[in-house]
Design a protein. Sequence first.
Length: 159
Amino acid sequence: MSAFPGGAQIAAWTQCHGGQLARFALVGIVNTLIDVAVWAALYWLVGSPILIANSAGYAAGLLNSYVMNRLWTFRERRGTAGPGRFLRFALVSLAGLGISNLTLGLLVGVLPALPALPAKLLAVVATLLWNYLATLGFVFPERPRPQPWSGRPGSRSQS
């Protein structure tokens, strides 16, 4: 019995998805490094407006994210990804960019005491949960795994 409501479900979900979530997080670290590097170069070196720099960095991380998540995190086989899958990924990522820009804009524009880099990192964290759950459920949904035949009525038929 779990110490808090829903704890057993969370534990079961984590046991089932823990490795995949860890791979997603590692890909996310690489994406974040790409995102922040592009953002920092454009914002501090080029002098681009903060949200333009944020959008460009996010786009660079997005391209890396699609390739790494497709091939490693969610282990899609070659030939299974078409333009529809990338379009779904792009839509999820566009929503994530909205969350990121909204968070960054609020933290820098509304709470100006917060410096740009910590605000950027908080925006990255704010998008993590959305990106994982939407990518798992909408972009790379799990296919039902065949259950072994148990020999009981109503179970999978033996072929």
